[in-house]
Structure formats: structure tokens, C-alpha cells
Design a protein around this ligand. Structure first.
Ligand SMILES: [Fe+2]
Ligand SMILES: [Fe+2]
Ligand SMILES: [Fe+2]
Ligand SMILES: [Fe+2]
Length: 400
């Protein structure tokens, strides 16, 4: 079936951007601005649609390796956090994470080399034209936006940016690329497009339409690129999405779902917590129970999951399953407080299995629970009218 990879990428870019926002203090929409500038540079270099698309995808994903737990700490101090970017590890992890993404052409080592400098003074000492062109383009957009926020409405913004680039011409960046940026940034519209209210429309207009032929198995593979990023955000959830995906497939098969539904449910499970990328690690990794404010913040994550997925054509049903995993049969769930009648069997199953998966994982404030201990809690939730009794019994039988 035709699958719109653009809408998929742009939807998930919202969550990816939150990671860099938290860790590096990049202003929101950073990755999306990097993508817009990178695409404009690629176009001006005469690249074709497929190359422009790949460049945009990599720009959105450029710092995906930052989510890796061993790089992140619940520490909000900006100085310390900026050092995270000084670690070559996020380039290596990021390169590996995206290796399964269906790029159109050769994108090898773009993410690995996105911190190289023209004069060879970067992480890996690669210099000049030996740095892949996409890595050069992304590096220029990334570094400039991180330091100066290209979306900021401020008189003299272009002059400030050009001065910054001139000072790094031939050192950080290739002289030709700095010239090209100077050219493409001349129209007023270039700067207006980068501002928050206009960014989405500009991205949609600039990104080449890319409807790939993909079956559900392939969409699942692409979704696992993101579930790996989600799981790596906290050491306590390192196998949460993948574990839920496995259990969901097992239970759906046990309950007689057809193969297509099982694949769609796997995708929903892989992406169900994508909204957690928007949650601070200070909350995710807190070594104790959350206070009211933190719990309220945490409850926003399924709203973000819905925001990321709901604009992707073909994923309507998957969006519901993924975003409803904290809704309850008695209408006391979040974020929509849907009544039980509006929760189909697969939404209900994901809710039960998400609880099962979470309880059998270690948390900062408790050990992992056994199957029996987990089932006791699930039966209590049945008694409180929160989760489906038949499904809880089925899970007990299947996983005992
Ligand atoms: Fe980076
Ligand atoms: Fe960045
Ligand atoms: Fe969740
Ligand atoms: Fe979850």
C-alpha cells in the first residue's frame, strides 16, 4: 500500500525535537528548523527530490542518539548538558539507530559525521570534502540554530547569523556552503518560514512528496527505529516498547487476531509511548513516587502520542490503539476520559498489557514484580472497574 513517509516523519519529529530541547536547551522545533534549512541548502546545491528527502529525514533524526540513557542525566544545568553534545557516542549511537530507516539513496555516515569540521578538528578528524555533503549541510544548520535560534524574531537576525558563519568559514564550515547560505537567506520569507507559527506549512511545502510502497511489516520496521529511541530514553524502560510489542503479538494471536491486525497492533505497541520523549528524564528516572505535579505532567504523554500519530494517513486505527493505553473502562483514564463503550478489544488489550509490562520491569522506586504479583494488581483493577475482566483472565492463562 502507498505510505506517506513525509507525514510519518514530520509527525514523529515533534517527539524527537523534545529530546534535544531537554538535553541541550535547544529551543523547541530545533530539528524541524534544521530540516528546513538543510532542504533549502540541498535544493540550492541542485540535489534531486530523493536526496532532498533523505537530507530532511536525517536532519530531523540528527541527534536521535542523544536519547540514549547513558548520555542523559536528570540534570537541568545547561552547561553540563551542552557537554553531552561533545560526546562522539551520540553520533555512533544515532548512526546505528537509523540504519533500518528506508532512505532513498546513500546516507552512510551522515549522522556519524554530523559534528565534523571542515578543517578536520571535529570528533573523528574527517576533513573537507571527505565529510559527506549531507553531514556538512546538517552540521551548519544544526550548530547555527543551536547557538542562535534561527526561528527567533529579532531585528538584524540575518546579519547576526551571517557574521557568525563568516567567522567560521573555512574552519567549521566549507566556504562554498557559507556562500550558499548567504544567498538562500536573502529573501525575507526564508526567515519568516523558520518561525514557529509558519514552520509546519513551510516544511510541508518544501519536503518532496514521498509515498513509498510499504506493507505493514515494513511500517513496523520503520516504527522500530523510533521505539528503540523511545526505549533508550530511560534505563528503566530499555525494553518497554519492544516487550509490549512482543506480548501484544502473543496475546493477539492467542485471541485469534488475523496476521494483518497483529502487525498493526505491533506498530501501535512500538509507538504507544512515543509521547514519553516529551517527558523530562527528571520525572522518568525519579527515584521515588511522583508528586501530584509530576504525575499530572506524566499523564500528558499519551496526548503527545496522539499528536505525533494522528496526522499520518493510514495510521488512524493504530493512532487510537496507541493513544488509548491509559484510558479506563470506568471513564477514569487519561487523557480523553473515554467511556468503556468507546474502547475496542485491542485498545483494552494494550491497556492491560502495558500495565503487565510495566509491573514486570524494574522501576527506580521498586523491583520488578513476578507474574503472580502482577496478576494480583490486575485483578484488583478489574474489581475497581478499570480494565477488562475477560482479557485479564486470558493474560493470566497465557503468561502463567
Ligand atoms: Fe549532535
Ligand atoms: Fe541539534
Ligand atoms: Fe504510557
Ligand atoms: Fe507504556
Amino acid at each position: 500500500m502507498p505510505f506517506n513517509l513525509n507525514r510519518y516523519l514530520l509527525g514523529l519529529s515533534m517527539a524527537i525535537d523534545c529530546v534535544e530541547n531537554e538535553l541541550l536547551g535547544a529551543t523547541s522545533n530545533h530539528g524541524r528548523r534544521v530540516a528546513l534549512v538543510a532542504m533549502r541548502l540541498a535544493r540550492a546545491m541542485g540535489m534531486n527530490d530523493a536526496q532532498v528527502f533523505d537530507c530532511a529525514a536525517l536532519a530531523i533524526l540528527h541527534d536521535n542518539g542523544l536519547a540514549q540513557e547513558n548520555l542523559t542525566r536528570p540534570d537541568q544545568q545547561r552547561d553540563r548538558l551542552l557537554q553531552v553534545e561533545d560526546m562522539p557516542a551520540h553520533c555512533e549511537i544515532g548512526e546505528t539507530n537509523v540504519s533500518r530507516f528506508p532512505f532513498q539513496g546513500d546516507t552512510f555516515e551522515t549522522i556519524l559525521l554530523h559534528h565534523e569540521n571542515w578543517d578536520g578538528s571535529g570528533f573523528f578528524g574527517v576533513e573537507g570534502e571527505a565529510i559527506p555533503w549531507m553531514a556538512q549541510v546538517i552540521a551548519l544548520a544544526d550548530y547555527t540554530d543551536l547557538k542562535l535560534n534561527l526561528g527567533e524574531a529579532r531585528p538584524g537576525k540575518r546579519e547576526q547569523v551571517l557574521k557568525f558563519l563568516q567567522a567560521r568559514r573555512g574552519l567549521h564550515f566549507s566556504p562554498a556552503l557559507v556562500e550558499l547560505f548567504t544567498e538562500i537567506s536573502a529573501p525575507t520569507s526564508f526567515w519568516l518560514d523558520l518561525r514557529d507559527p509558519f514552520l509546519d506549512v513551510a516544511l510541508n511545502r518544501t519536503m518532496p512528496e514521498l509515498a513509498i510502497e510499504a506493507d505493514w511489516q515494513e511500517i513496523l520496521e520503520i516504527s522500530r527505529v523510533f521505539s528503540r529511541i523511545i526505549d533508550s530514553k530511560s534505563r528503566f524502560t530499555h525494553s518497554h516498547s519492544s516487550g509490549l510489542e512482543e506480548k501484544t503479538a502473543r496475546m493477539a494471536g492467542y485471541l485469534g487476531a488475523d496476521p494483518t491486525t497483529i502487525l498493526q497492533l505491533r506498530i501501535a505497541a512500538a509507538l504507544h509511548d512515543v509521547g514519553k520523549l516529551a517527558m523530562p528524564n527528571a520525572i522518568l528516572d525519579k527515584p521515588g513516587k511522583l508528586d501530584d505535579a509530576e504525575r499530572a505532567r506524566m499523564m500528558e504523554h499519551t496526548y503527545f502520542t496522539r499528536k505525533c500519530l494522528e496526522g499520518i494517513p493510514g495510521l488512524e486505527q493504530i493512532t487510537e490503539w496507541a493513544s488509548n493505553h491509559h484510558e479506563k473502562l470506568n471513564g477514569a483514564g487519561y487523557p480523553l476520559r473515554l467511556p468503556g463503550e468507546e474502547l475496542d478489544i485491542w485498545s483494552r488489550l494494550l491497556t492491560v498489557l502495558d500495565i503487565y509490562q510495566a509491573l514486570t520491569e524494574e522501576r527506580p522506586y521498586r523491583q520488578s514484580l513476578t507474574h503472580r504479583q502482577t496478576m494480583e494488581i490486575l485483578y484488583r483493577l478489574v474489581a475497581e472497574g478499570e480494565v477488562d475482566p475477560g482479557l485479564v483472565k486470558a493474560v493470566d492463562r497465557a503468561f502463567a
